[in-house]
Design a protein around this ligand. Structure first.
Ligand code: ATP
Length: 314
């Protein structure tokens, strides 16, 4: 069972009447990874999550979690997963502690030292009534209930809603720890910045179609960044202009500034071949721009994001 994917969908399709919200989704989420499921509003993220959790019946195709069929083995699956829906309903008059006790009882008990540890990390007040909490503080209770049973797979729909930056940082550390322990995190989001620090891979969905699945490292290599290099000797004006992924080359005596899109070692190899490189600095890869290229609905579907990115900048 440990070789089977954490989550797998095959041709997963969901229609609401005449409207196709999910269109033949083939996706494999590995064990031990944080997987970010990204897409604009209305792309089908919640529909996908609700379908794989058997809260919705697929129109076609199938889904499995830890090798178990989503629908036929729904009860067994519940024992192994943590789930934070986008609209978790809680009783406003219950305190955080009572709310978590309620969720724990549904699961047949919980280790309170884990709960208290999570509450401390997220700076969550469990003594206050849930209805008196701000959105972000209520969300912390939701996160605790998703993590508290040390589940094999944690599925979360827009989990960072309302969390302040410090809490987000802690939450990202929690996700990374889950993955490091060989367990799996699947989270949906509509903003890349929310997942790029924690996720190993991202799947991008648009209009019910899975547009791409990429590792964050590969996404980064597709991002255009500015590179500045200082050399021991003057550099020819046309140096670097033939290197793949290089554009906007400016050479001033011993300093070269250029835009680069690709794996860094290709550029470094060229920079150090027959030259003495003294210093190099690069700007932060702008993943958001790549992601926006995926989001745009006015271009052809099969456009490579980097090409779109270049078009946008041209
Ligand atoms: N019960 C329903 N009946 C009809 N259409 C629906 C229903 N639920 C969702 N839809 C439609 O299906 C599409 C996908 O919705 P879904 O909620 O899955 O998107 P999402 O990616 O989660 O969006 P968001 O980021 O806004 O939460 C949308 O166009 C939505 O209007």
């Amino acid at each position: 069972m440990s070789d089977t994917p954490a989550i797998q969908t095959v041709g997963l399709t969901k229609d609401y009447g005449d409207f196709r919200a999910l269109d033949g989704l083939d996706l494999e989420v590995r064990r031990g990874e944080v997987f970010g499921f990204l897409g604009p509003n209305g792309a089908g993220k919640t529909t996908m999550i609700r379908t794989i959790l058997a809260l919705l019946r697929p129109t076609a195709g199938s889904a499995s979690i830890l090798g178990m069929d989503s629908h036929r083995q729904a009860v067994e699956i519940r024992r192994h997963i943590g789930y934070l829906p986008g609209d978790l309903s809680m009783y406003p008059n219950l305190t955080g502690h009572d709310t978590l006790t309620y969720f724990a009882n549904l699961r047949g008990g919980v280790d309170w030292s884990v709960v208290n540890g999570l509450a401390e990390r997220l700076d969550a007040d469990l003594t206050k009534k849930v209805g008196d909490h701000s959105t972000g503080n209520r969300q912390k209770i939701g996160l605790i209930q998703a993590f508290m049973n040390t589940p094999d797979v944690i599925i979360m729909d827009e989990p960072s809603t309302g969390l302040d930056p410090l809490v987000q940082q802690e939450f990202q550390a929690m996700m990374r720890e889950v993955a490091a322990a060989g367990r799996t995190v699947f989270l949906s989001s509509h903003t890349l910045s929310e997942v790029q620090r924690a996720a190993h891979r991202v799947g991008i969905i648009r209009g019910g179609l899975l547009v791409d699945v990429e590792s964050v490292t590969d996404l980064r290599s597709k991002a255009l960044r500015t590179v500045e290099m200082a050399f021991a000797d003057p550099v020819a004006a046309d140096a670097f202009s033939t290197v793949e992924g290089v554009s906007n080359v400016r050479v001033v005596d011993r300093t070269v500034t250029l835009s680069f899109e690709g794996h860094m070692q290709a550029l470094i190899a060229e920079a150090t071949s027959g030259r003495q490189l003294i210093d190099i600095s690069t700007g932060e890869a702008d993943l958001e721009e790549i992601f926006l290229a995926y989001y745009r609905t006015d271009g052809p579907d099969d456009v490579h994001p980097a090409a779109t990115d270049a078009e946008v900048r041209a």
